[in-house]
Design a protein around this ligand. Sequence first.
Ligand SMILES: [Zn+2]
Length: 179
Amino acid sequence: MADEVVRQDGIGSPDQLERLWTPYRLAYIRGESKPSSSESHECPFCRIPKLDDEAGLVVHRGETCYVVLNLYPYASGHVMVCPYRHVPEYVDTTDEEAVEMAELTKKAVTAIRQVSQPEGFNIGMNQGVAGGAGIAAHLHQHVVPRWVGDQNFMPIIGGTKTFPQLLADTRRLLADAWK
Ligand SMILES: [Zn+2]
């Protein structure tokens, strides 16, 4: 069972770090929803809302924006808040989208606090490739829970990040906490 390959669809920007998954139990992750390679130009932030919550790691769906777990999290519970519309920059949002992005960001912090009691947060948007956006064409706001000392030696020493929960478990915990 430990050698079984699991595949999770989702959104994120790969980096050079390996992820060391340390689940307390083996979670079941569905692999049938992986993107078809012929659709490489399709925007993942536009594609994910068409999947069901579990397959796309969607935590919450609002009227104009939704909340999704990052497939390559900086920390366990790292989510992104983004409009459904394919717009690249914050200034491109409608008033309704900007208000709901703010509301969902606040609710994400509350839900993450309830689930994992982080000691701090990083919240923000990377605008454009120069600003560090992995998927610059579609606006998204990161909400990253932080703990004192959380990144202090594993990523540096081993090129490895550790996560106590699999993404599917994290998504379920956050979705439940949202209600
Ligand atoms: Zn898009």
